[in-house]
Design a protein around this ligand. Structure first.
Ligand code: 5GP
Ligand code: MG
Ligand code: MG
Length: 183
């Protein structure tokens, strides 16, 4: 679906499909340089990272393995608590692997910070992070993110994997949700 198809639900369009495609290519060139001759394990965090994982993996001129994890932050508030529960664990053994976590968005950074520690403790040779989007609050937690697509304002965005109440994940672009949708 196009951003234009849900125009009334959006405050504005933030990132177009074209801009995402170009950015993914740019990120891939950097990843190819850093992982030359290696075969990283891409770990996608469900469900938001499905689109970025699919596009990133296909654009990469590297052999990769792909695996998935589903995690949930405790608590129902819109704020991440930092206490994380694994809903679906990886199928892969991480011992000696070069792991690249693929994320849709880093907001508080608390989920990612926990994930980094968790994956590192499994004996990976390296654990790095690629996130399509990053919000300013992410800077408050000290999580190193090697590959960032776009730094965006502190607003609630949907599309390209990102949902509001499970809607809008299938938008080709990314937009800022209009307040009337959630109030
Ligand atoms: P945090 O970095 O705060 O621990 O949590 C990141 C998670 O919160 C993301 O994976 C995503 O599920 C959700 N999230 C944070 N900001 C947004 C946003 O602007 N839009 C949507 N749809 N989800 C968000
Ligand atoms: Mg995510
Ligand atoms: Mg969500």
């Amino acid at each position: 679906m196009e951003l234009a198809d849900v125009r009334d639900d959006l405050d504005r369009e933030l990132i177009s499909e074209r801009e995402i495609v170009d950015k993914i290519a740019e990120l891939c060139r950097a990843i190819e340089r850093d992982y030359e001759g290696r075969r990283p394990l891409l770990v996608g965090v469900l469900k938001g990272a499905v689109m970025v994982m699919a596009d990133l993996a296909r654009e990469l001129k590297l052999h990769v393995d792909m695996d998935w994890m589903a995690v949930s932050s405790y608590g129902k508030s819109t704020q991440s608590s930092g206490v994380v529960r694994i809903l679906k664990d990886l199928d892969s053994d991480l011992a000696g692997r070069d792991v690249l976590i693929v994320e849709d968005i880093i907001d508080s950074g608390l989920t990612l910070s926990w994930l980094l520690g968790n994956l590192q403790s499994r004996g990976a040779a390296s654990v790095k992070v690629c996130a399509l989007l990053r919000k300013p609050d992410a800077a408050k937690v000290d999580v190193p993110v090697e590959y960032v697509g776009f730094d965006i304002p502190n607003e609630f965005v949907v599309g390209y994997g990102l949902d509001y109440a499970e809607r809008y994940r299938n938008l080709r672009g990314i937009g800022v949700l209009a307040p009337h949708v959630y109030s």
